[in-house]
Write a protein that binds this ligand. Structure first.
Ligand SMILES: Nc1ncnc2c1ncn2[C@@H]1O[C@H](COP(=O)(O)OP(=O)(O)OP(=O)(O)O)[C@@H](O)[C@H]1O
Ligand SMILES: [Mg+2]
Length: 355
């Protein structure tokens, strides 16, 4: 499988690039750290088992019919494996994948250029698809539905519409914000799937796999200790194994045990729930300054000097899922578990609001 991309995270870092296709040279899968540990097959892709089963069946059926796979939309918090899964699907289908992201598709010719460059059966991966502009979306509709482009030529009275056929392709869209996708665009995907946070066992498996690729020695307990603090997210698990392995090497005898893991993660300020300084600052702020909430996300962001989008996309999903934070129509509220986790006492007024 040739991956056509302009960087190591499948086009992610270069969101501001004006060059939507992403240079044409194929880069090998394993040139950088993320790519070297990125699973390439379903066997290596840990967890998400319900989705994997559905996908395997759809892929086999598409292959038998010699048709491309239906368009797919993956959504969920960052680092859960959306981009990785798109690569696995291409590998499994035996096709190439072209990777871009919505902010790179600013002008109509950007999206038209990409669509016209596709070959039959290829996969087009559009990251951050919720950020696609209206014009690009409208070009995509007939392309997704009937595989043609509506091109207009001439000016005012002489304007003509030309239907240009496209090869049959599969669009895979990924987003951290499915709610911001327009209805018509969402409706054109055959499979829409939310990626789930990973269990401790699944993350421990991710960690052991990464450790073995990177030649890091780790015990079962060491893997579980890191998994517990990885916020249900493989990208974080991988990052932590690397950081802990530095401690293991310099401060210990090179092996990551649970003691080494816990010692290192404490120093790195990652608590036993996986919360980091920002997460705790967010919960603390709501408790201390706003009596536990509810308080609006803009107010929280301003007080923490953080970006609203970072809080919404990166911090909140895990805090919500872990039951430490609650989202209400009037803003964010710290749950009784959140108080407990921070060792704070909940007052009677707050308690009565939860009862
Ligand atoms: N199911 C999995 N099994 C093993 N490793 C995984 C899995 N999912 C993700 N990873 C690892 O986590 C890293 C991040 O995954 P990926 O880039 O696919 O996340 P993403 O959902 O696309 O994130 P973003 O929303 O930030 O684009 C990858 O480098 C990969 O090594
Ligand atoms: Mg991604």
């Amino acid at each position: 499988m040739a991956i056509i991309s302009d960087d190591n995270d499948f086009g992610k870092q270069n969101l501001k690039t004006k060059n939507p296709i992403i240079k044409t040279e194929s880069i090998e899968y394993d040139k950088t750290f993320e790519n070297s540990i990125r699973p390439k097959s379903f066997d290596d892709y840990i967890g998400q088992s319900a989705l994997k089963e559905t996908l395997k069946i759809s892929i086999e059926a598409a292959k038998m019919r010699e048709k491309p796979l239906d368009h797919l939309l993956f959504y969920g918090p960052p680092g859960l494996g959306k981009t990785t899964l798109a690569g696995v699907i291409a590998e499994q289908m035996g096709t190439d994948i072209k990777i871009t992201s919505a902010p790179a598709l600013e002008r109509p010719r950007d999206i038209i250029g990409i669509l016209m460059s596709l070959k039959g059966g290829e996969i087009l991966f559009i990251d951050e698809i919720h950020r696609l502009n209206k014009v690009a979306e409208e070009i995509l509709y007939p392309a997704m539905e009937d595989f043609f482009l509506d091109m207009t030529t001439g000016k005012s009275q002489t304007v003509k519409t030309l239907r240009v056929p496209l090869p049959k392709f599969t669009l895979i869209g990924a987003t951290t914000k499915a709610g911001e996708l327009s209805g018509p665009l969402r409706d054109r995907f055959g499979i829409i799937y939310r990626l789930q946070f990973y269990s401790i066992e699944e993350l421990a498996a991710v960690i052991k796999r990464t450790a073995s690729i990177l030649d890091i020695k780790i015990t079962e307990e060491g893997a579980v200790a890191i998994a517990k603090r990885s916020r249900g997210t493989p990208r974080i698990a991988n990052r932590l194994v690397k950081r802990v392995s530095d401690f293991a090497l310099i401060k210990f005898d090179g092996v990551i045990t649970d003691e080494v893991a816990n010692y290192s993660l404490d120093i790195l300020n990652i608590d036993e729930f996986g919360l980091d300084t920002t997460d705790r600052a967010l919960l603390n702020l709501i408790i201390e300054k706003y009596d536990g909430g509810p308080v609006g996300i803009e107010t929280i962001a301003a007080a923490l000097s953080e970006d609203v989008r970072t809080l919404e996309d990166v911090c909140e999903p895990y805090l919500l899922q872990a039951g430490l934070l609650q989202r209400t129509p009037r803003g964010r509220k710290v749950s009784p578990e959140g108080y407990r986790h921070l060792g704070k006492k909940i007052n009677n007024l707050q308690q009565s609001l939860f009862d």
